[in-house]
Ligand binder design. Structure first.
Ligand SMILES: [Zn+2]
Length: 575
């Protein structure tokens, strides 16, 4: 009898109950859910930060009532984008510095530094991006003007490639760089300075200033220009960022990233001190971005996290280490199996011994960390593929299949055809804008045949069944729309080359969107909580002014984000 009463009451309850109350309803939209059948929907309901139902307008509007309703007016909606490989914090730090890219003269450099110093109160003034080849006077500058303007503030301005820098007297003083400082693998440029050249500020040893000012002959002194290893002398003297500075950098990076639709970023190389600030800010609600932190393989990180183990909250996931296996193709640091086609005695090199990578792989496996290895050249890829295989398959007593470890190859730029065949079990984490940035010279470096195996995203997708897509910003622009365009059209922003670069490796729009959402989530062990618009997942989504799945492909780079939501909360709206 009791049973019947319960059933009767439930029928009564449902038939006369009101609609379920939720926090947010979005309707009248073209929703790309990116679920397993890549289905479309029109509406969804959000409660407590999660999608609770996805369906047609009619279904959602009849079942739910919300405090807030958003009529999308037919606009398209996607899961929030995931950048699977970027340097979020470094990008934010860069935003705090003086941007010297594109300066036309040294006077312009000075003007930008002066303007920066008026609005930024920092202990050091740091800038980057000058290139004397862009100036009319194509010579290295010197420090004397900076010394007069900033006698007590250290100023350090790196050249665009980071291989040279200009430091003022105060920066040299703090770094203890003097005329007789010895350096190997670098140059401290020396000048002969006469007292007419400046005031007291230019003398490195202030206490000597009044004495040498009486001398009538020039004195040898560093000009402020530092090359290669000498750059590091001053760099090392720059104090570590304070928690306040870290916070500022993270917020600056977040602001720009939310505006382009990113809701999760995989930061490829973080230190414990930064991660602690991230965690505190997220818990306090001041940082909204979800962050997948790849730990740098520093002694401090290894000591701390191998003891502590992986760490996860709703917005932060620390369960991977990032290893640099080789350098980059542009500077011929990528490790290749055969010499560079445009420099026969160069082949690149591994940044550490294979024994080191092998031993770290065992530690990662046994301590439950994902291993993410930066491999650009085919030799680096081969080496790490074997390391992964030996650790997870042949020498392992571990019962899970190797795929369950989800170990990643970051960049996977040049992959030999043999390695492509054996790529399954690893996740390639690739950056489509690298293809369109490098395509002008990649053939010179690699030659006609080998370049076919470079930026071979579709081949890798066929081998692995998935790809995680990212940008490597600030190396490339932060925009996921540029990623989408580069992956599908394989053209630069000027539409070059007309028919696309090595189009056999272009990705379909569907797979590109998966690579920026659900596959990115999978690569982070987070596919159950994000990466698609499905009931039970975090309500991370974006609304665009352009339907990037259907518009003319050349319009994609210009698509704009109208709204970005994280956890059901609106965190960005276009003005
Ligand atoms: Zn990177």
């Amino acid at each position: 009898m009791k049973k019947y009463i319960v059933i009767f009451c439930s029928i009564l309850f449902f038939s006369c109950s009101h609609q379920q109350e939720v926090d947010l309803i979005v309707h009248h939209a073209v929703i790309y859910t990116v679920d397993s059948s890549f289905s479309n929907a029109q509406a969804f309901a959000v409660k407590d930060g999660k999608f609770i139902a996805v369906g047609s307008d009619e279904e959602i509007l009849s079942k739910f009532v919300a405090k807030e309703t958003l009529d999308a007016n037919g606009k398209s909606i996607y899961p929030g984008f995931i950048d699977s490989h970027c340097h979020f914090y470094e990008y934010g730090r860069g935003l705090q510095e003086v941007d010297l890219v594109g300066t036309q003269s040294f006077d312009e450099v000075i003007e930008r530094v002066k303007a920066y110093s008026k609005t930024n109160q920092s202990d050091w003034i740091i800038g980057r991006g000058w290139d004397q080849n862009d100036w009319e006077k194509k010579e290295y500058p010197d420090r004397y003007q900076l010394d007069k303007l900033f006698p007590n503030t250290p100023v350090f301005l790196e050249r665009i490639d980071g291989h040279a820098a200009l430091a003022n007297a105060e920066a040299l003083r703090r770094a203890h760089v003097k005329t007789d400082t010895k350096i190997s693998g670098g140059v401290i440029e020396i000048d002969l300075i006469s007292k007419e050249q400046g005031g007291e500020e230019i003398w490195l040893e202030k206490e000597l200033a009044s004495e040498v000012m009486h001398l009538n002959y020039p004195i040898a002194m560093p000009s402020g220009i530092l090359v290669d290893n000498a750059v590091q002398l001053v760099k090392k003297a720059i104090p570590n960022a304070s928690p306040k500075e870290i916070e500022k950098a993270l917020l600056a990076a977040e602001k720009n990233c939310l505006a382009v639709g990113l809701t999760t970023v995989d930061d490829a190389g973080l230190m414990r001190s930064t991660i602690q600030v991230i965690d505190e800010m997220q818990k306090a609600g001041s940082l909204k971005m979800r962050i997948y932190a790849m730990l740098s393989d520093s002694t401090d990180n290894l000591e701390y996290y191998l003891k502590k183990g992986p760490y996860k909250t709703d917005r932060l996931n620390v369960r991977s280490f990032k290893f640099y296996v080789d350098g980059a193709l542009g500077s011929r640091g990528a490790c290749l199996m055969q010499p560079y086609s445009d420099m026969q005695d160069e082949q690149g090199f591994l940044l550490n011994t294979t024994a080191y990578f092998d031993s770290m792989a065992i530690v990662m496996r046994d301590k439950g960390f994902q291993m993410n290895s930066h491999c650009i050249g085919d030799s680096a890829v081969r080496q790490l593929r074997l390391t992964y295989f030996n650790t997870l398959v042949s020498n392992s007593t571990a019962s899970p299949a190797p795929m369950s470890f989800r170990w990643r190859i970051e960049h996977a730029q040049v992959v030999d055809v043999i390695d492509q065949k054996f790529f399954s079990g690893m996740i390639p984490s690739v950056q489509p804008t690298h293809a369109t940035s490098d395509m002008y010279w990649a053939k010179d470096r690699l030659g006609e045949n080998r370049v076919k195996y470079a930026y071979a995203y579709n081949d890798l997708l066929k081998a692995c069944g998935m790809l995680a897509l990212g940008t490597d910003f600030p190396v490339e622009h932060i925009s996921p729309f540029y990623t989408f365009y580069a992956a599908v059209a394989r053209k630069d922003l000027k539409g070059f080359p007309k028919d696309g670069f090595q189009m056999e490796n272009a990705l379909s729009r569907e797979n590109t969107l998966r690579g920026m959402t659900i596959w990115g989530a999978y690569a982070n062990f987070e596919e159950k909580e994000k990466g698609s618009i499905e009931a039970g997942k975090f309500a991370d989504f974006i609304m665009l002014d352009t339907d990037i799945m259907k518009c003319e492909i050349d319009k994609v780079p210009h698509a704009k984000v109208l709204h970005t939501f994280i956890n059901g909360e609106k965190v960005y709206s276009m003005q």
